[in-house]
Design a protein around this ligand. Structure first.
Ligand SMILES: Cc1ncc(COP(=O)(O)O)c(C=O)c1O
Length: 485
C-alpha cells in the first residue's frame, strides 16, 4: 500500500466564478434509466448519482429500455428457426439493421453490420482493407496520433499504418494529412484508407470531416470515421459527408445492450476475410473448402445479438426524432459551463488539442495541479457522488504529446445530463482546490481508493465490496491502468 494523497490546499476560489451563467436550471433532454439513483458518500449521506462519464458508456434511454422490455417476450432463435417467434425475431433483427443504417445515412451500396462495439467494427474493417498487389501487404492506412486506441491498434496490427502527428491547429493538422497523402502518391505508395475520429474522446474536438474526405478522395483513399463520440451527439450521414465507413457503439448511444455497428461500402466487406469463422457466415461447407456468404452474414457468424440490435435501433429512432436545436443548446450550455467553470479555478487546466477547433461535443478533460487524476476521480465519487473518468483515456499518444502522460480527468455529458450535475462537479473541484479532500485515500494495485471505505454496496447486488477490482489486481482486471479503459 502506498500513501500518495497529495492534498495541498490553495487559496480559496469560489466555485462559481466561471464567466458563463450557471446551468442549475438546465434540464435533461430525454429521460434515461437510473437518473434518480442514489449513491452513498463516505460521510454516510446518500445523494443522486451525477453520471458525468457518459462518453465511456451512456445510460439507457428510457425509450430504449421500454422497447427491450416490449420485445423480450418475442425473443427466440434467429435466422434459421421456422417457428413463428423465430420469424418475428429474425424480422426484428433485420428491421433493426435497416434502422441503424438509415440513421447514419447509408446508401444503396452500403452494408450495415451489427457488431459488438466500435472496437469490434474497426477490427473487422481492418481485416477487409485490400491487399496491395505490389507489396503483398494490406493497403496503407493513414491515422492521426489523436485517435483512441480502437482507431489506432487495428491498423497498426494488420495494415501498413502510418501515424501522423497532428498540429496545434485544425488547419495545420489538415495540412499534415494533405502532405502525407501527397507523399504517398508521389512515392507510388498511395493510401487506401484514412482512419479519422468523428470527435476526440479526450476533448470532444474534431476535424472538418467533409474537408478530410475531400483530401482523401482526391488521393484515391477511402475514409473510415470512428463515430463512437460523434454519433451520439450529432446527426451524422454517410451520404451527406461522403465518408465511406462509420463505426459506432450502442453503449455510447444510450443502448447498452452489447451491439455496435459498422456501416459502409460493400465491396471491401464482401471481398474481405470473414471476421468470424462459423455458422451463419457460410453458404456451403465441405471437409476442406468453404463457400462464404457475401453481405452482412459474411461477418456475423454465430448467433446474433437480437436484443442489442433492437435496442440500438430504438436509440437511433429516438435520436432521429430529436429536435437538434434543443439537443445542441443543452449540450453547448453544459459544455461551456464545464470549460468556463473549471477553467476559472486556480490550478485547474482544461485540455485541448487544437487552438481553432469548432463545435466540440460534450467531453471536457482537465487536470488539477498537485492532485493525481486518479485521486481527483476517487474524491469526486467518494465525497460528492460524481462519476468521471481518469487516466489516459486509451489515447496514450495524444496524452503524451500534449504533456499529460500522468493522465487527466474527464467529465462528459449527454442527453440525460442535468445542469445541476455539472454545477456539482464545478463546485466539488472548487472545494478540492480550496480545502483538499476530506477523506483519506490510498493507492491499492494502481487504483485510488478510500482508506477503510465505509460505503456499502447496493443491496441485492451480490457484491462483497467496492474493492473487488483492486483485490483482483488492476493488471489482471483491466490489462492496463484503471481509467485507461
Ligand atoms: C473515440 C472512441 N473510439 C472508440 C472507442 C471504443 O469504443 P468501444 O469501447 O465501444 O469499442 C471509444 C471508447 O471510449 C471512443 O471514445
Amino acid at each position: 500500500m502506498t500513501t500518495l494523497t497529495d492534498a495541498r490546499p490553495a487559496r480559496a476560489t469560489p466555485a462559481t466564478t466561471g464567466t458563463t451563467a450557471t446551468v442549475h436550471d438546465v434540464a435533461p433532454v430525454l429521460p434515461v434509466v437510473g437518473a434518480d439513483t442514489l449513491v452513498p458518500l463516505v460521510d454516510g449521506r446518500r445523494v443522486p448519482y451525477a453520471n458525468l462519464d457518459v462518453a465511456a458508456s451512456a445510460p439507457a434511454l428510457q425509450a430504449v429500455a421500454d422497447r427491450v422490455t416490449q420485445v423480450l417476450p418475442l425473443y427466440a432463435s434467429v435466422h434459421r428457426g421456422a417457428g413463428y417467434l423465430s420469424q418475428v425475431s429474425t424480422a426484428l433483427y433485420e428491421q433493426a439493421r435497416r434502422t441503424i443504417g438509415t440513421f447514419v445515412g447509408a446508401r444503396e451500396e452500403h452494408l450495415t453490420l451489427v457488431t459488438r462495439n466500435t472496437t469490434d467494427s474497426l477490427n473487422l474493417l481492418a481485416g477487409c482493407v485490400p491487399v496491395d498487389q505490389a507489396t503483398g501487404a494490406r493497403g496503407r492506412v493513414l491515422v492521426l496520433d489523436i485517435e483512441h486506441h480502437a482507431n489506432l491498434l487495428p491498423w497498426q496490427r494488420v495494415t501498413d499504418a502510418t501515424v501522423v502527428t497532428g498540429g496545434h491547429t485544425v488547419a495545420a493538422t489538415c495540412e499534415e494529412i494533405a502532405d502525407e497523402l501527397a507523399a504517398g502518391l508521389a512515392e507510388g505508395r498511395p493510401y487506401a484508407l484514412v482512419a479519422l475520429t468523428g470527435a476526440s474522446n479526450v476533448t470532444g474536438e474534431s476535424l472538418p470531416v467533409a474537408d478530410v474526405v475531400a483530401l482523401a478522395h482526391d488521393a484515391g483513399a477511402r475514409v473510415v470515421l470512428d463515430g463512437a463520440q460523434l454519433v451520439p451527439h450529432r446527426r451524422f450521414s454517410l451520404a451527406a459527408t461522403g465518408v465511406d465507413y462509420v463505426a459506432f457503439s450502442g453503449h455510447k448511444t444510450y443502448a447498452p445492450f452489447g451491439a455496435g455497428a459498422l456501416v459502409g461500402r460493400r465491396d471491401w466487406l464482401d471481398a474481405g476475410t470473414p471476421y468470424l469463422a462459423g455458422g451463419g457466415a457460410v453458404r456451403r461447407v465441405r471437409a476442406t473448402t468453404t463457400d462464404w456468404h457475401e453481405g452482412p452474414a459474411r461477418h456475423e457468424a454465430g448467433s446474433p445479438n437480437v436484443l442489442g440490435a433492437v435496442a440500438l435501433a430504438a436509440a437511433c429512432d429516438e435520436l432521429a426524432a430529436l429536435d437538434t436545436t434543443v439537443a445542441r443548446e443543452h449540450e453547448d450550455a453544459l459544455r461551456r459551463r464545464l470549460v468556463d467553470g473549471l477553467g476559472a479555478l486556480d490550478r485547474v487546466e482544461v485540455v485541448h488539442v487544437w487552438d481553432d477547433a469548432v463545435d466540440p461535443v460534450g467531453v471536457v478533460t482537465f487536470t488539477v495541479t498537485g492532485y493525481d487524476p486518479g485521486l481527483v476521480a476517487a474524491y469526486l465519487s467518494a465525497e460528492h457522488g460524481i462519476g468521471v473518468r481518469d487516466g489516459r483515456f486509451c489515447a496514450h499518444p495524444l496524452l503524451g504529446r500534449l504533456g499529460f502522460d500522468a493522465g487527466a480527468v474527464r467529465a462528459s455529458v449527454g442527453l440525460g445530463t442535468a445542469g445541476e450535475e455539472v454545477e456539482r462537479l464545478v463546485a466539488a473541484v472548487g472545494a478540492l482546490v480550496c480545502d483538499g479532500p476530506q477523506a483519506r485515500y490510498d493507492v491499492v494495485d494502481n487504483l485510488w481508493v478510500v482508506v477503510d471505505d465505509p460505503r456499502p454496496v447496493p443491496e441485492g447486488s451480490g457484491l462483497e465490496g467496492l474493492l473487488a477490482t483492486a483485490a483482483l489486481g488492476a493488471d489482471e482486471a483491466f490489462g492496463c491502468l484503471p481509467g485507461d479503459a
